[in-house]
Design a protein around this ligand. Structure first.
Ligand code: BES
Ligand code: MN
Ligand code: ZN
Length: 497
């Protein structure tokens, strides 16, 4: 969907559908009040008759064929006054416009009334553009016939044109990057192989002038990446350890380098610690961390991110064969740490161990990893929230702030010493699994051992990476969500400022 900006008044905007926000308890204010006046009180009457009270996500559709806007949609925003309320309002509008085949949608961006509404006009326009853009996403390439959604959304807002246009531009970059990540997650494992991810990384590098290194299995083994090699051992698809290197064009304003590490298991059978059929059903999505990293890396140049960013996507299948790793096998990771693989289904922490060790060896200033790491994190936080674990509180705090700005739900979990103790092996430095208690934190502690003293944060995105129902935010469709891309971009945008 194309999202543009206009400063016409809602009442004078020709369109197929005009969306107006209404907060609780349903008293029409701002643009809705002005439009209602023009319509001789029809909106207020209809709202009263239908018991529309502005409850979040509720809508009321009216045909207003005599006005320049052919239909009017009231969208409840509840008591939300933050950017996320605006994002969700615009998403509900875009979704409904698709449902009524409205070609041109106009969205009245709330002006921040009543007083106390958070954010600048540019922040609200940015949120509205994100909400509408993300809600317009479809993964329909495998459908021979599909219904089409609205092609055009125009955001109606008053204020400094340049600032507002800039906000729409930033939103567009973030939406495109998120939707690329969604596509990667939605594509099946017979299409998105490790080699396909490597090809995509090369394309991004070529287009945006990034450095790109793809480490093949033989070389990875020689370098000492025994954990990555152990996960890949059972697969016929050649694994790829993918590194993208972004350097700011105008010379770094800051000498920091941020490493992003994404878990890229293109299919997770569990290996010999095999999953159940239902547990395996969605495991094409186990590369969502790598998808988020690649999605974000492809947006850095356009956003003119001011710090160097190393994007690492560790891509391999976790399969079974005569060459596959057995439970109990002992291997050595990059840097020499020994690991007993007592559960081949705890493979994410293995590949990330080597990725994080690689980043440390490259001398980066900080590391952020994203991984669909544990079912335990889904049990703890649910389907729409990622877990954050870190060895450095300032880094965690900056990520939490970025997540608040992006609207992606992120909640910090502890990193007590006992979790690290639980991951100590009987005969080795580490084992990769240890019982059911504190599954997300113990998994994170395993990865933390490879970060050492480098500031490191881990986002366990097993819950929000993939939507199995439509109970999440209205801008998220079934399937891959692109979770993490917008938080990473917010974080990197602010880095070095
Ligand atoms: N990819 C899974 C985690 C997962 C589960 C992601 C459900 C999305 C939805 C991961 O590789 C895994 O299997 N983790 C194990 C770890 C355990 C063996 C220590 C898990 O969560 O059961
Ligand atoms: Mn697994
Ligand atoms: Zn996995």
């Amino acid at each position: 969907m194309r999202v543009t900006l206009a400063d016409t008044l809602p009442a004078a905007t020709p369109c197929d559908l005009l969306a107006l926000p209404v907060s609780e308890p349903g008293t029409l204010g701002g643009d809705a009040a002005a439009v209602d006046k023009q319509l001789g009180g029809r909106l207020a009457n209809a709202a009263r008759a239908d018991g529309f009270t502005g409850k979040r996500g509720r809508t009321l559709l009216l045909h207003t064929l005599d006005a320049p806007f052919r239909r009017t949609l009231l969208v409840g925003t509840g008591n939300g006054r933050d950017a996320e309320a605006v994002r969700r309002f615009a998403a509900v509008a875009a979704r409904q416009a698709g449902g009524v085949q409205a070609g041109r949608l106009a969205i009245a961006v709330p002006a921040g009334e009543p007083a106390g509404a958070a954010g600048s006009p540019a922040e609200r326009v940015r949120a509205a553009a994100e909400g509408a853009g993300l809600a317009g996403y479809r993964f329909d390439k495998y459908r021979t016939a599909e219904d089409k959604g609205p092609d055009d959304a125009v955001l109606l807002a008053q204020g400094d044109r340049k600032a507002l246009e800039g906000a729409v531009g930033l939103a567009g970059i973030a939406v495109a990057a998120t939707c690329r990540a969604r596509d990667l997650v939605n594509e099946p494992a017979n299409v998105i192989t490790p080699a396909a991810l490597a090809d995509l990384a090369r394309d991004i590098a070529k287009r945006d002038g990034l450095g790109c290194r793809v480490i093949e299995l033989d070389e990875a083994r020689k370098m000492g990446m025994g954990l990555f090699a152990a996960v890949a051992a059972g697969s016929d698809q050649p694994p790829k350890f993918i590194v993208l290197d972004y350097k700011p064009a105008s010379g770094a304003r800051d000498s920091r380098t941020v490493a992003l590490c994404g878990k890229g298991i293109t299919f997770d059978t569990g290996g010999y610690s095999i999953k159940t059929a239902s547990g395996m059903a969605t495991m094409k999505t186990d590369m969502a961390g790598a998808a988020a990293v690649l999605g974000a890396m492809g947006a850095l140049k356009e956003l003119a991110v001011p710090v160097r960013v190393l994007g690492i996507a560790v891509a391999t299948e976790n399969m079974i064969s005569g060459r596959a790793t057995r439970p109990g096998d002992i291997v050595r990771g990059l840097g020499g740490k020994t690991v007993e693989i007592n559960n081949t289904d705890a493979e994410g922490r293995l590949v990330l161990g080597d990725a994080v060790a690689y980043a440390v060896r490259e001398g980066v200033s900080e590391i952020i990893d994203l991984a669909t790491l544990t079912g335990a994190c889904v049990v703890a936080l649910g389907d729409h929230t990622a877990g954050l674990m870190a060895n450095d509180q300032p880094l965690a705090d900056r990520l939490l702030a970025a997540a608040t700005a992006s609207g992606e739900q992120l909640w910090q979990l502890p990193m007590y010493e006992e979790y690290a103790e639980a991951m100590r092996g009987e005969f080795t430095d580490l084992k990769n699994s240890a019982g059911r208690a504190a599954g997300a934190e113990r998994g994170a502690s395993f990865i933390a051992a490879f970060a050492g003293t480098t500031p490191w944060a881990h986002l366990d995105i097993a819950g929000p990476a993939f939507a199995e129902d439509r109970k999440g935010p209205p801008y998220v469709a079934l399937g891959g969500t692109g979770y993490g891309v917008r938080t990473l971009l917010r974080y990197l945008e602010a880095a070095g400022r």
